[in-house]
Design a protein around this ligand. Structure first.
Ligand code: ADP
Ligand code: MG
Length: 227
């Protein structure tokens, strides 16, 4: 158990370092992108190379944004959050993207749990749910569905996201969440790792189960503050 604590502390330190570096990279990157766009404007005949440069800058930006989420929240950042409202916001936000891919995003509401409050950093938890839904969309084909459901489990609220997508082969299941592990051509392999770290900093749990060809369920457990 002590080893486990030491390991998670090590992870925190590395996460802090990664977030710190990401923060330092962000400003020069913004100026780099601005001047590259200016270059495109000035030498529009030769914009192929410039387009590649802008694409690659955008990719660095994506990675930097994901790593920034590893920053340890300050004490004051933890607030009372209505989970039901948060889920509704995320569902509304992601519905358009799901529909665009021909996938339905459905929230199964349990009225008994609509007043559940948790203590957390709203934007970070939102980002976790967005990451999960994005992965579900990316694993789905036209006609697929994603169902979000909430359940109570003792003093915890469990939020599950079930997709009918391609699923994950058992042989790679244990790699999901390792830094930079991705099966996508332009994936970063940071979403799950960052999401897990955020949920753990909320004293919660992040779990995945999947069957190849059938679909995947991601479950997030968070302690209930009050209801
Ligand atoms: P990325 O999305 O950039 O690949 P993530 O950390 O978000 O990185 O996900 C890591 C890997 O986990 C994905 O490449 C994919 O193979 C797998 N994965 C995550 N969620 C799902 C899902 N809902 N269905 C199938 N595979 C998934
Ligand atoms: Mg992802």
């Amino acid at each position: 158990n002590e080893e486990f604590i030491q390991q998670s502390e090590k992870l925190n330190v590395v996460g802090e370092l990664a977030a710190g570096i990401a923060h330092e990279i962000r400003n020069p990157l913004t100026s780099l992108k601005g001047f590259t766009q200016l270059l495109e404007y000035k030498y529009s005949t030769d914009s192929d190379y410039v387009n590649i440069m802008i694409q690659e800058i955008d990719r660095i930006n994506t990675i930097v944004s994901e790593l920034l989420l590893l920053a340890k929240p300050g004490h004051d950042d933890f607030r009372e959050v209505s989970l039901d409202q948060l889920i509704q916001n995320v569902t509304t936000l992601m519905s358009a993207q799901a529909n665009l891919h021909g996938i339905t995003l459905q929230q199964k509401v349990d009225r008994n749990l609509s007043s559940v409050m948790i203590k957390g950093v709203e934007n970070k938890i939102k980002q976790v749910f967005i990451n999960i839904i994005k992965n579900a969309i990316e694993a789905s084909v036209v006609g697929g569905s994603i169902v979000i459901e909430t359940m109570r489990k003792c003093d915890y609220i469990v939020i599950s996201f079930t997709d009918s997508g391609v699923g994950i082969p058992e042989s790679i299941l244990q790699n999901i969440g390792k830094p930079f592990f991705t099966t996508k051509p332009t994936g970063t392999g940071l979403g799950v790792m960052v999401s897990k770290s955020i949920i753990e900093s909320h004293d919660g749990e992040w779990n995945i189960r999947s069957k190849e060809g059938e679909g995947t369920t991601v479950e997030v457990q968070l302690p209930i503050l009050k209801e």
